[in-house]
Design a protein around this ligand. Structure first.
Ligand code: 9WO
Length: 246
């Protein structure tokens, strides 16, 4: 899969992506990452990428033409399926389901805005979608683009060592993760690891983990539970959880 990021801070995007899981995927050529700086597509002496907003007001807006030309360059290679996405708080809330879908694309062009945003005509004419990470404002779209790249890369075949691990993640089944423990068994002279996890009974461990996932989702994110239909066994485990917390 190919990612292209339109950004005034190409080094920030490149350097961050070269760390960890995304960095490994780039090294192994499972993903390619290109960055395009709108400043390189300006034609004036001062390399102007922003201008004052029509109608007045605070701050600056990114100009149409450098953004348009940067996206055109990013589209130059031949690919099957490509989407151009602008990252902003006005976008569609990003979900695991949307990311799963996007992981099927051959190219994703992510546009990171700065200042007070971009000329609206760029969003209308040049972008296919607008995505939001959540209802908060950050200083620019770069960190959002990096989140999208990270979340999609880990879904690609052969990226995570264990082919199953991305499927087993929190949210892949619409439930929160169960609690995890590692050595030592005792902290502050208290044996605080649930006995079942030390029992070696794998069927029981699986049932306990499902019960914890259901219970924690019920406690912390009841909105997620409302969207799901539970199996008879899951209903039973959740009922047990509720009795045990009482
Ligand atoms: C800044 C600003 C300052 C004064 C008055 C109004 C203002 N609006 C903004 C603003 O929203 N700036 C954005 C910064 C412009 C687009 C890129 N920026 C951005 C993206 N901030 N937050 C995001 C973002 C992206 C995805 N998900 C969550 C937040």
């Amino acid at each position: 899969m190919r990612f292209d990021v339109i950004t005034l801070f190409p080094e920030m995007v490149k350097q961050s992506a070269e760390v960890g899981v995304t960095g490994k995927a780039i090294k192994n050529t499972i993903v390619t990452l290109n960055v395009w700086n709108p400043r390189d597509y300006t034609h004036d002496r001062h390399k102007t990428v922003d201008d004052r907003p029509f109608g007045g007001g605070q701050g600056m807006v990114m100009k149409y033409q450098p953004l348009h030309d940067a996206v055109s360059s990013a589209k130059s290679g031949a690919v099957n399926t490509c989407k151009v996405v602008y990252l902003s708080p006005q976008g569609k809330p990003l979900t695991q389901a949307l990311l799963n879908e996007a992981s099927q694309l051959s190219q994703l062009i992510l546009v990171a805005g700065r200042y007070e945003g971009v000329d609206e005509r760029f969003i209308q004419h040049d972008c296919d979608e607008e995505w939001s990470l959540g209802d908060y404002v950050i200083s620019g779209g770069e960190l959002a683009a990096l989140v999208v790249i990270d979340a999609i890369t880990r879904l690609l075949p052969d990226v995570l060592g264990n082919a199953q691990s991305a499927q087993e993640d929190s949210h892949s089944d619409g439930l929160l993760d169960y609690p995890q423990f590692t050595r030592p068994e005792m902290i502050d002279n208290t044996n605080s690891v649930p006995d079942v996890l030390l029992s070696g009974n794998h069927a029981e461990i699986e049932r306990w983990r499902m019960k914890q996932s259901l219970g924690r989702t019920w406690q912390k994110r009841p909105d997620l539970l409302q969207k799901k239909t539970l199996s008879a066994e899951q209903e039973c485990l959740l009922a047990q959880f509720k009795v045990e917390v009482d």
